[in-house]
Write a new protein. Structure first.
Length: 623
């Protein structure tokens, strides 16, 4: 190859989806392409013409126009154009016009199709539907993680077994298990081969409950010929086997020798990376100081869950369960300190904790719905004390005070049911900017403690109103459009700066411009449909089941939401591992070229859905 061709090959090797092609294929593409040049203002491809090549923009920029003259998009260096017509048979369906002097690498159609047929990743990259490309990207994220339980083996989790002879007495075995704090023992023949298993449950059910003589041989209470595993078995399969057979312990056997034992607890502990056990520790905490200590491990839990490549919804549910447990424990401690509540009340949380979609520590949003029996003179002091205790405790645990004072310590958000009913009626019947702000907070509520019926009554009444108030729906739709995906004119990313960090560099705001647009849309469709779910994924399921949107549309939106959420979570996990405070601002350079491509696909799916929603609810009246 000439030096110029080597430079072209090096450039191709950096351009998705050619980055993973073998050298022989890169050489073939390099030798087969031609260099084309288009002056500013010239038409590169015209609707109706026959196209015989795919164009990679080396420098410059083009715009792509629909048949009606509407702008489809603008593309610059590293972007491909012309591939749709090749995939669809060769006829151009959109005009491509140079808006700068532009240099192309033109790959002949026949060569392009050969590469597509040979490499699945190339084929998926040029898939005609963005959602299909997104789905493929999500599958790759799921399948390539070494921390996932599916990638672990029994040998990674098994413990050394306790071996006893089948003729040993029940008393002997019980004493031995007690000495070594073991929950199970492997019962063996004289030659060392496994013949049974005995657990502490067997001693309770078959010895104590039945009044059995403890001098009898342990073989009389063992489970004979138990199911076994090998060290090479996948941990995930072991967990499924235990669940199907309702078994808590399984022996691990290699070449007829008992080499270990694995329990369902071991498997679950590995899968959750202590999330479940942290919740248990929270409920056992006796003080705010202990809760604050436990909450410091939350970032590590988030990192471990992300590194397992669990779905974003599962990560949000696990992380939120810890925050909710802290709230509940603080309320129990408060009632121990100040006494039982004088009247029924519901302690409610709002926002991401209510939706069960929390990531790292965030500010607190909460309130109290009091029974209509409330009397300020008699009951006011009690509920003020409880609210302050909980709010201060949450702040100590890293859930900082709400900057907007949306907390139960604010008299406005600690009111009887009738007052809350009036709030919602006013917000729905008289939608104004401030009302819409509260709507984005208080239309996602969950009761964590107290009389859940108070919130259930309120939510049922609210849904009956939002379902018929079309003016409110239109205002909400307009509010949804205030948060748009961060896509610029040239399909680049719009960057924002963290206002709370003066030294921070700009990045994509993956909260306000990423996940919030989907959260807001799901909320609007749910409220307009009178649907009860609060979690965004559950709302999308309910919207699809109700036929409000097609199954395909729901799947596309779910995939976009999942990919955006995972980029955000991976960014936060990386910051935590680097000892930084996690935020929502992802610099584009932190992502690979392929990740940026998939992220653009996800944002474009959301943007398209926003426009469809705006038309449906006539949001143009309030934009």
């Amino acid at each position: 190859m000439e030096v110029e061709q080597l430079e072209i090959r090096d450039y191709l090797a950096k351009c998705p989806p050619l980055t993973e092609l073998p050298l022989d294929c890169l050489n073939e593409v390099t030798m087969g392409l031609e260099i084309e040049y288009a002056r500013r203002g010239s038409e590169v491809l015209k609707i109706g013409e026959r196209n015989e090549r795919v164009l990679l923009i080396r420098s410059g920029a083009v715009e792509v126009l629909l048949e009606n003259g509407q702008l489809y998009g603008r593309f610059s260096e590293g972007d491909w154009v012309g591939y749709r017509s090749i995939i669809r048979g060769g006829t151009v369906s959109m005009t491509v016009k140079a808006i700068e002097d532009t240099l192309f690498y033109a790959v002949p159609a026949e060569l392009f199709q050969r590469v597509m047929e040979r490499f699945e990743k190339v084929r998926k990259y040029f898939s005609d539907r963005k959602p299909e490309r997104l789905r493929s990207a999500i599958q790759e994220i799921r399948g390539g993680d070494s921390f996932a339980l599916v990638a672990m083996h029994v040998r990674d989790l098994m413990k050394l077994p306790m071996l006893v002879g089948k003729d040993d007495s029940i008393r002997q075995v019980a004493c031995q298990m007690n000495e070594f704090n073991a929950q199970t023992a492997m019962v063996t023949e004289a030659d060392g081969s496994l013949c049974g298993i005995v657990t502490d449950v067997d001693f309770r059910k078959r010895v104590v409950a039945e009044g059995r003589n403890v001098e009898e041989p342990v073989s009389g209470i063992m489970t004979p010929k138990p199911l076994t595993l090998t060290p090479r078995d996948q941990a995930s399969e072991a967990l499924l086997l235990m669940a199907r057979r309702n078994i808590r312990h399984l022996p691990v056997v290699e070449n007829a020798d008992v080499v270990g034992v694995v329990s369902a607890t071991d498997l679950l502990r590995s899968q959750s990376h202590n999330a479940i056990y942290l919740v248990g520790d929270v409920f056992a905490a006796k003080s705010v100081e202990r809760l604050a200590e436990l909450s410091q491990t939350l970032p590590k839990v988030l990192v471990s869950l992300v590194r397992q490549s669990l779905p974003a919804n599962d990560i949000g549910q696990a992380v939120t369960s810890i925050g909710q447990a802290i709230v509940r424990r603080l309320l129990v401690l408060a009632e121990e300190k100040f006494g039982a509540p004088p009247i029924p009340y519901a302690f409610i949380v709002a926002g991401s904790m209510a939706r069960r979609e929390q990531t790292a520590h965030s500010d607190q949003d909460n309130g109290m719905i009091l029974s209509d029996d409330y009397n300020e003179a008699e009951h006011g002091a009690y509920f003020r004390h409880v609210a302050k205790y909980v709010s201060d405790g949450l702040d100590a645990c890293g859930y900082v005070y709400c900057p907007g004072d949306v907390m139960a310590t604010n008299d406005q958000w600690r009111q009887p049911l009738s007052v809350w009913r009036g709030y919602f009626t006013d917000w729905i019947e008289n939608p104004k900017p401030k009302a819409l702000m509260y709507a984005s907070i208080f239309f996602d509520l969950r009761c964590l403690h107290g009389d859940k019926g108070l919130l259930a009554t309120l939510q049922a009444e609210v849904l009956s109103m939002t379902k018929v108030q079309t003016l409110f729906q239109a205002f909400m739709a307009g509010n949804v459009l205030s948060h748009k995906p961060p896509l610029g004119f040239f399909r680049g990313f719009v960057l924002d700066k963290d206002s709370h960090d003066e030294g921070a560099e700009k990045g994509m705001d993956m909260k306000k411009r990423g996940v919030v647009p989907v959260i807001d849309m799901a909320r609007l469709y749910a409220l307009a449909g009178g649907l009860e779910p609060i979690n965004t994924w559950e709302r999308l399921d309910a919207i699809g089941a109700a036929g409000v949107l097609t199954e395909g549309t729901i799947n596309d939106l779910r995939d976009a939401f999942e990919f955006i959420s995972m980029v955000r979570l991976q960014h936060q996990a990386k910051q935590i591992e680097n000892g930084q405070k996690p935020n929502n601002y992802v610099p584009p350079e932190e992502l690979s070229a392929l990740e940026r491509r998939h992220l653009k696909d996800a944002f474009e799916v959301v943007s398209t859905m926003q426009e469809s929603m705006a038309t449906r609810y006539q949001a143009d009246r309030f934009r």
